[in-house]
Design a protein around this ligand. Structure first.
Ligand code: DQA
Length: 148
């Protein structure tokens, strides 16, 4: 089975941005690590990153048609906290969806405690660095396998 992993604004800056919060690994290296580890579980991954809200909505809508994916992992960055458009896009698709964050958003500023995406996702995983994405892929595989 296949999972689309979407990263939103400023996640292309991983490795350079606020290293004390997000670590030293670049997005390309993190994606390569996720792809390699998930293959051992029979999960193929495909990656998309954009800093632009509408482009993220487009990628969400195309989870099946363009990406042929069975599930979606999304780290929408700061859009998580206020993008009703991305929240609505998630509501448009039927595949299992997990919101993820590298940092523990609940241990940070108040505005990061709010998600306008979570109610349209199966669940949320945050605070485990790159493992947040891997745990989300495994959660999606669990839903997929049980539905078979
Ligand atoms: C983030 C947390 C968000 O609050 C922040 O705006 C990000 C990254 C995370 O992965 O920890 O850009 O989504």
């Amino acid at each position: 089975m296949k999972v689309l992993i979407i990263n939103g604004p400023n996640l292309n800056m991983l490795g350079a941005r606020e290293k004390e919060i997000y670590g030293e690994t670049t997005l390309a290296d993190m994606n390569a690590e996720i792809a390699k580890e998930m293959l051992a579980y029979g999960i193929e991954t495909v990656f998309y990153q954009s800093n632009i809200e509408g482009e993220i909505c487009g990628a969400v809508q195309q989870v099946k048609s363009t990406y042929g994916a069975d599930g979606l992992v999304i780290n929408a960055g700061a859009y998580t906290h206020y993008s009703r458009a991305i929240g609505d896009a998630l509501g448009c698709i039927k595949v299992p969806k997990v919101e993820v964050h590298i940092s523990n958003v609940h241990a940070r500023e108040d505005f990061r405690h709010v998600s306008v995406l979570a109610d349209n996702c199966n669940g949320v995983i945050c605070g485990f660095g790159s493992d947040s994405y891997k745990l989300a892929c495994l959660a999606i595989k669990g839903i997929y396998d049980r539905a078979k």
